[in-house]
Design a protein around this ligand. Sequence first.
Ligand code: NAD
Length: 346
Amino acid sequence: MAKADFGVFIGRFQPLHIGHEHVIRQALEQVDRLIVLVGSASTARNPRNPFTFEERAAMIRSAFAYEIAEGRLLIEPLGDHLYSDTAWVTEVQRRVNALAGEAAGGHPARVALTGYGKDASSYYLKLFPEWSNIQINSQYGTFSSSDVRKRYFQRIPEVPGTILSAGVAEWMEEFKMGPAFRTLLEEAEYLADYPKKWGKGPFVTADAVVIQSGHILLVERGNAPGKGLLALPGGFVDHDERIRDAAVRELREETGISDAKGQIPPAMLASFIEDSRTRVFDAPGRSLRGRVITHAFLFRLPERRELFQVRGLDDAAHAQWFRLGDLKPGMFFEDHWSIIEEMADL
Ligand code: NAD
């Protein structure tokens, strides 16, 4: 078979380790140019996705400076669309089209995909039937990025030099001295304690997606996990309440939403729910606290010039209206951005 013009390798590289580098090297032997798509590129830092897209791109550059200078290795960010594989596949296709387009001879570029089917999470390798496969000999060692993260996010951090190339190890040595490392370590410790305190779930939660005149109502998280990130108003369902009632209760408690007559009563708030849009969000990895299944309710408030009032800056749960067009995935806690994308038809 003719050599592919472009190879595609998708991964999170949290962090890049020598197994990933082995795949990149083998793929480069079989294609003219390799596009590395760095997944989960725009999520906020958390202990599972601790490094930004730019930081992971720097790791890849440190290991493949020569191939990049030669134009044989291209690095591109790739966002998550947790509840729509179609949206995610579309983004992969667009990224590749933009770089591959037509090959030198004017024929459509021949594209081949690489990756190692390590476990069920590698199902995405089957979502691109139009591309051929680049065969990689075998898994390179039994290590994984999650092992590296486990050893790294400790009080006495370990940077496993045998699994990481020199540039990556050096980069991680430096990162552990900075403030972002400290925040991530605190968060990792909080998450490690969570199941001891509360069990592993499944937990049932309710979230309110409140839309009014192109704006969405959000709260800023005051505590770990995700301190400082934006979240949908919502929380855990009480033993004696319906999930829908929990969404209304949490919305009132966290935002104090009011009109000219004062706090909006629960029944009136509930009347704004579009029941046909209620949806369960249950990606198994959506929360690092454990298995948390949430139910999102769309509250569509009347279009008007003046938005309903919500609690201002000095309250514990700091609630605020945001213009939908001003928001970015990296501002959000857990999968809340993906939920908004689905519920608000973005
Ligand atoms: P990863 O960094 O864990 O792995 C990247 C690749 O390297 C995989 O093919 C993996 O099998 C391979 N690999 C890992 N260890 C290896 C070793 N020791 N030897 C050889 N190969 C090894 O990345 P990942 O989690 O598989 O990345 C997938 C990305 O795609 C994520 O960002 C995920 O969010 C995204 N994704 C998103 C959607 C969606 O949003 N709907 C759907 C599917 C995938």
